[in-house]
Design a binder for this molecule. Sequence first.
Ligand code: OFO
Length: 168
Amino acid sequence: RLSKTIAAALNAQMTKEAHASQIYLSYAAWADKRGFSGIANFLFRHAQEERNHMMKILEYILKRGAEVEVSAIPAPPKNPVSINNCFEKVFEHEVDNTNAVYKLVKMSHDQEDWATWNFMQWFVKEQVEEETLAMNLLDKMKIAGGENMNSNALYLFDKEMEETPDEV
Ligand code: OFO
């Protein structure tokens, strides 16, 4: 059985994953509007992935016999100012979510809730993959000029993003 505090923390994490999905969704729409359809495609796919994470937690809460609380999702932050800035923000967001995941891991460890601890390991692994992916993309952009990427480099980057998988 889930303790009250673990159930509350899992519910909060569920909302955090939903928030992540909204962030990717808003950035995807922003990129698409500016003609970057490859980047938009990648971000739309990722929005779906974050929603799957939300569902994964929801199903776990139910399976463990606790109450699911679907609450309001905070609005996504302001639009990025450039493609480079977009991926910087994506990376920052992923680091922030990793910290939230770690808190849950610690809480389940402290309470000796080994089922939740084990369940959360999937998210630990997932966050490593997502941070690595965001870092790799930032590295690529840095080589291509970072904030000063010219239209040629941006064109090629956008094209490549169409095929970039969500996972590394
Ligand atoms: Fe849900 O994995 Fe990113 O945030």
